[in-house]
Write a protein that binds this ligand. Sequence first.
Ligand SMILES: [Mg+2]
Length: 402
Amino acid sequence: MTTASFTGLSRIRYVRAFTVRGGGADYHDQGAGHWIDDHIATPMARYPEYRQSRQSFGINVLGTLVVELEAEDGTVGFAVTTGGEPAAFIVEKHLSRFLIGRSPADYEKIWDQMYFSTQYYGRKGLVVNAISGVDLAIWDLLGKLRGEPVYHMLGGAVRDELQFYATGARPDLAKEMGFIGGKLPLHHGPAEGLEGLEKNIENLSDMRSKCGDDFWLMLDCWMSLDLDYATRLAQRAWDECGLKWIEEALSPDDYWGYAALKKNAPRGLLVTTGEHEATRWGFRMLMDMDCCDIIQPDVGWCGGVTELIKIANYADSRGVMMVPHGSSVYSYHFVITRHNSPFAEFLMMHPGPTEVVPMFAPQLLGEPVPVNGRIRASELDKPGFGVELNREIALHRPYPND
Ligand SMILES: [Mg+2]
């Protein structure tokens, strides 16, 4: 018997990186009047001129990144994430050298080379978004070459369906649509003082009265608070409104603040964070410092599926729940394989939001959406991530390599 390496799979021949405007993976890139840009509390809200709109400080400046990998046999895998033009530059000018001529089955070695070759200017943020986009495209290509859904390659479904909570301005409507909970954006930060705190509590109380006592209500604070404000908000939201969790209350760099908030928060109220954290090392910090009850990695930002496996396994061994941030099919194929991910997030991208629309529309074709707050595992039974790139939209390739 020989020990020759397995060479049966078609290798990667072309790497292409495109940018796209107008919603999709860069879901903040929306038109006027969308709930997602309506005076939401942010760390920039300390400046009155950037308080009303997140687009005013440039939240949508990057746009979507599309990574496309074509194998020698013509099979194409792709993925979408954020990062736009600078991420396209990194993919085509830097990362492509670790992909061309390689088998997508070698994702561990490819990930390692992408991460350590960019470490001197990377580690988190934009560079890891780019790496995540490539990694997701590798898994999509691998699944398409093998004729297997990604969730099969990750060990298979541990339940028959995904259950969702909805993120958006109308948890009352989300309840009617069959979701298990609703997560509201916080509207007022510390710079708006006690008056803003009262308005935050009023808004939450109003939603509690509309949703009844048993429906989960959560608050997404998008990194906008300080420890004192977060502690007071958590206490009142728990006492007066039965809040289930307080999300991303502090800066993602403030591990010490999160550890203190978790100690300060009322017993029973969950502290969650992690959508702007990256890699096994970032999440190890969150967990080793006991910063939160639920970690919320975004698979398109934290390093992709290859890295999420490591993050999820560490969380599982620590007894920490992992409920990934948004990210549509890229999360669904992971969540369905994990007992410590018992439900998933659905971002309500309708402007109202008064109806369920595909999260990454119009970029993905065949993107499943929850019906009655659920998606059957069998809906994921297509090769790769089970979606195709919509070629009707304007794809721009700023740094062609071939
Ligand atoms: Mg969030």
